[in-house]
Write a protein that binds this ligand. Structure first.
Ligand SMILES: NC(=O)c1ccc[n+]([C@@H]2O[C@H](COP(=O)([O-])OP(=O)(O)OC[C@H]3O[C@@H](n4cnc5c(N)ncnc54)[C@H](OP(=O)(O)O)[C@@H]3O)[C@@H](O)[C@H]2O)c1
Length: 416
């Protein structure tokens, strides 16, 4: 099958958007975790920034070779397109961490045309729906892997949902009817790219934003119509394994669509989650009163953000605090439980998966992108599928790589 094993090309790895916040963290993980013989290239639109990034990388301890740098402006112009195509054609795997809503598609289009495997951290599900409609079939036919949403939002949740459902299937021969995921509250100081993406999404028309409420929007197969998440009047849920949960996760809808896409992609395979599968996401550490207030206030905030003037005020307020260099330190904790598809699930075993990461959400995104690229580069045969995929499709290999990088990611069966 073409594209399943990266062909021998000049570069093993290309990092586009290397000079951004997430890009530079990704480069640091590559330096720490890839083998010394890696042939890699950093691309960005400013030569001075690329030079500074290369000089800042701690290359000596691991002996990894210094990356080449390549100035690359992303635009529709013939000259910029030719430069991008040339670089993509010379690379086996491309990691993209550019501002996706503005220039992300240019990189994807080039990867599909030039048969280069690809990974990103897109969190914008409306953009992703359009990209899937445009590129999935061609990428599938050519055997080109496009792993989308591999970051802290979407990528990690997909891995934990896969791992919890897998435990239930392998240890108890049970299918999963629901994965419930709890995220501990965490400090997220948004980067420039996150602020711009968030405000871009908030500025879309109401009808377009409403699409994110369709739970199977990104899945090629329609799933169970019953996606109730069993919350009480305070919008809380008590789960016997995860504790008190609040339905106030702002990424719950987006991640539901991404995990449901994985369900559709894995349907009929050995890793099929089960016919009645659904995913629900919650926050932990939110009081019942705050949960209620957040739920009531959410539609009002959503309405306010529809005004450009409000978005400009928010942009200015957030930009004042956003970090200008990597190095934030904050604990990320997530736990997922796979609930069995049986009549009385409280009396059945549950699959359980957890991840703890002490260096903050953007660093974890960089690590996921670097290790995901390693999965594609070094273990291409694990997933022979091409198309617009998710981290669930490379989960078995990626989880082993994360463990090898000392990430606390574990799964087990919880007996009844
Ligand atoms: N879902 C998740 O888990 C997750 C997590 C983290 C980030 N993200 C997303 O990842 C994206 C990047 O985030 P970030 O925090 O790294 O943003 P950032 O610091 O603003 O970096 C954006 C990068 O894109 C480059 N870029 C923008 N326009 C370009 C153009 N026309 N030509 C060439 N390069 C261009 C920038 O180049 P310059 O350096 O020259 O400006 C920069 O390197 C955002 O869309 C964000 O939402 C998602």
């Amino acid at each position: 099958m073409p594209g399943t094993q990266p062909k021998r090309r000049e570069y093993d790895l290309l990092l586009v958007g290397a000079t951004g916040h997430t890009g530079s963290l990704t480069a640091q993980h590559i330096v720490r975790h890839f083998p010394p013989n890696l042939r890699w290239v950093l691309a960005g639109r400013s030569e001075a920034k690329l030079q500074r990034l290369r000089e800042s990388l701690p290359l000596n301890p691991t002996g990894i070779g210094s990356p080449n740098i390549q100035v690359l402006n992303l635009s529709e112009s013939d000259r910029d397109t030719a430069n991008l195509d040339d670089l993509i054609r010379r690379s086996c795997v491309c990691i993209s961490v550019v501002t996706y809503f503005a220039v992300g598609e240019l990189v994807i289009r080039s990867c599909v045309e030039n048969e280069t495997n690809y990974i990103d951290a897109i969190g914008d599900v409306i953009l992703l729906e359009r990209l899937i409609a445009k590129y999935h079939n061609t990428a599938e036919r050519k055997g080109v892997k496009l792993i989308h949403a591999a970051g802290i939002f979407g990528g990690v949740q997909n891995l934990l949902a896969w791992a919890a459902a897998r435990e239930l299937a392998q240890q108890a021969s049970l299918k999963t009817q629901e994965v419930a995921l709890a995220m501990d509250t965490m400090k997220l100081i948004p980067s420039r790219g996150t602020i711009e993406s968030f405000l871009h999404e908030a500025g879309r028309g109401k009808d377009i934003r409403k699409k994110t409420l369709e739970p199977w929007l990104l899945s090629s197969v329609e799933g169970s119509p019953d996606i109730l998440n069993s919350t009480n009047k305070m919008n809380m849920r008590i789960n016997m394994d995860l504790g008190a949960l609040s339905a106030t996760s702002i990424t719950a809808k987006q991640n539901q669509l991404l995990v449901h896409r994985s369900w559709g992609l894995l349907k009929g395979s050995q890793e099929d989650y089960g016919a009645n599968f659904k995913y629900n996401e919650y926050m932990r550490g939110v009081s019942a009163m705050l949960s209620l207030l957040t739920t009531i206030g959410h539609p009002f905030v959503d309405w306010l953000l529809g005004f450009k003037i409000v978005r400009n005020i928010v942009r200015r307020a957030l930009q004042r605090n956003h970090p200008t260099s990597p190095g934030e330190a904050d604990l990320v904790v997530m736990e997922a439980v796979a609930i069995a598809d049986v009549e009385n699930p409280d009396e059945a075993p549950r699959g359980y998966a957890t991840l703890r990461y002490p260096e903050g959400p953007y660093s974890l995104t960089g690590l996921m992108l670097a290790q995901g690229a390693a999965s594609i580069l070094y273990s291409g045969r694990e997933c022979e599928k091409g198309g617009c995929l998710t981290t669930a499709l490379i989960a078995a290999d990626l989880i082993q790589r994360l463990k090898g990088a000392d990430i606390a990611i574990e799964s087990t069966i919880l007996p009844y």
